[in-house]
Design a protein around this ligand. Structure first.
Ligand code: BES
Ligand code: MN
Ligand code: ZN
Length: 483
């Protein structure tokens, strides 16, 4: 992570590049508020330069203007802001676009009048790169981001850095290939990170899982030489206002198992995106000292076909004591999550948030950028509004009562997949509900599409792991703390 510092508006700008906004107006492109020091250095010629470059001021647009010795910095980067004022999300996106275009700069100054926290968040998220597997990493690396803001902006800037670190950690974990990140290594890496932060960690290995009767996790994980784990992390502030349980799907690789997938197989390293998101968010909540107790419960398993795999028609006895007939080994997420939800609920938390890359149907319904939210209506809506506030899209989806009958099995208490094909996102949510105690407000966030960007980079979102869910989780828990 580059360093981030707030400078006074009158201080000299020391940077390799200065970012300004371009507003779209009926009279053509205009430098956005915040660019005044740059205007002064360039003799009020910015408007002229923008017209000459035929800038429009559209989002995702960038123009580069060399300063030819007129300023202390060699380059001005103009980024389109669109027509609306640069509110939180527009500022975040513009800063992300700008930093993605400045990969060769060591020091970048943001000269935009916009909420400082949003600018810093967008800039850090846009500057993200995953390079541990490149044998020749980039020579130049971003070292520092500066921005002029009043001292009162320091707290939101600090929060933005912590949030961006959590998103980056989530992206790193998702981007790490499954030959290196499997249940055991994932658990040990998380243990080390949690202990560094003074958090309590507990890792259940296959023997402990057997003793604990985690039949769902063991069944899904038995086909891999990398046996499953259950990781629990707790954060306990001095005077907690509430206790939130976080659960995340940690399938380190999902081949489908004996119901082997036929498409999107490289995408399935992202199937632990929910686990990564709840873990990284908890680290952020602890760093921010949010006065809410958090207990994370993350089941980790690898879903592979082999001579030891669980089979379609196997019946698993879950931790809750209920039995599940496995009709499809590719619906593995709900099986490991059911056990994790049962365990999480045993602590009697006040609320539960579960995050998972659960269904392809999420993408059919909502596309790749909007999280599907299901659960207890009031808490679900609170979490959806936290997502909006955080700049992540989420949408409330129903769990109609009629879905329950389709989950009946002729030989066990439930099937994991009914024969009815439609409404797959809701069916998965309804299955999870069977493992949530009646009076616990819970929400299930299906991030199947949002967790991983298969398209080109955009705004502050790189290719690969996106960190979906992190900003929503942090904001939802903060809002709970604020009452
Ligand atoms: N991990 C997948 C869901 C998924 C698909 C995430 C594509 C990201 C991109 C999940 O385990 C799965 O395979 N779900 C099945 C469920 C089906 C068998 C009922 C699906 O969606 O096809
Ligand atoms: Mn699957
Ligand atoms: Zn899966």
């Amino acid at each position: 992570m580059p360093s981030v510092s707030v400078t006074s508006p009158t201080a000299a700008i020391r940077a390799d590049a200065v970012v300004i906004g371009i507003r779209r107006t009926k009279d053509g492109p205009r430098p956005a508020p915040g660019a005044e020091p740059v205007e002064a250095a360039l003799g009020q010629r910015l408007g002229q330069a923008l017209r000459a470059l035929e800038a429009k001021g559209k989002p995702e647009e960038i123009v580069k203007i060399p300063t030819l010795g007129l300023a202390d910095y060699p380059l001005v980067l103009g980024v389109g802001l669109g027509e609306d004022p640069a509110d939180g999300e527009a500022a975040r996106r513009a800063a992300g676009v700008a930093l993605r275009a400045l990969t060769g700069s060591r020091r970048v100054h943001l000269a935009l009048d916009a909420p400082a926290g949003a600018l810093v968040e967008g800039a850090l998220l846009g500057a993200y790169a995953f390079s541990p597997y490149k044998s020749r990493p980039a020579k130049r690396e971003l070292r520092a981001i500066t921005l002029a803001a009043p001292a009162s902006a320091r707290a939101e800037v600090r929060r933005a850095v912590i949030v961006a670190e959590a998103v980056a950690l989530t992206r790193d974990l998702v981007n790490t290939p499954p030959n290196d990140l499997y249940p055991q290594t994932f658990a040990e890496r998380v243990r080390a990170l949690a202990e560094e932060r003074g958090l309590t960690v507990e890792v259940l290995d296959e023997r402990a899982l057997k003793r604990g009767k985690f039949g769902g996790i063991l069944g899904v994980g038995q086909g891999s030489v990398h046996l499953p784990r259950l990781v629990r992390i707790s954060y306990r502030p001095a005077k907690p206002k509430a206790h939130v349980a976080l659960v995340g799907k940690g399938i380190t690789y999902d081949s489908g198992g004996l119901n082997l997938k036929t498409a999107n197989l490289t995408w399935m390293k992202s199937d632990m995106g929910g686990a990564a998101a709840v873990i990284a968010s908890t680290f952020a909540l602890a760093a921010l000292k949010v006065p809410v107790s958090v207990t994370v419960t993350v089941p980790m398993a690898e879903n592979l076909p082999s001579a030891t795999s669980y089979r379609p028609s196997d019946i698993l006895t879950m931790r809750s004591g209920r039995t599940v007939e496995v009709t499809d080994t590719d619906a593995e997420g709900r099986l490991i999550l059911a056990d994790a939800i049962t365990r999480a609920a045993e602590d009697a938390p006040d609320r539960l948030i579960e995050v998972s890359t659960l269904t392809g149907a999420q993408m059919v319904a909502l596309g790749t950028r909007v999280i599907g939210a299901m659960g207890e209506p009031e808490w679900r809506d609170a979490v959806v509004s936290a997502a909006d506030a955080a700049g992540e899209g989420a949408w409330a989806m129903p769990l109609p009562a009629h879905l329950r009958r389709d989950l009946d099995s002729p030989v066990a208490d439930l099937v994991n997949v009914p024969s009815e094909r439609f409404g797959g996102m809701l069916v998965a949510g309804r299955f999870l509900q069977e493992f949530v105690p009646d009076h616990l407000p819970w929400v299930h966030l299906d991030i199947a599409g949002p967790a991983y960007n298969n398209g080109g980079p955009r705004d502050y979102t790189p290719k690969g792991g996106t960190g979906a869910g992190v900003r929503t989780l942090i904001t939802a828990v903060e809002q709970l703390a604020a009452g």
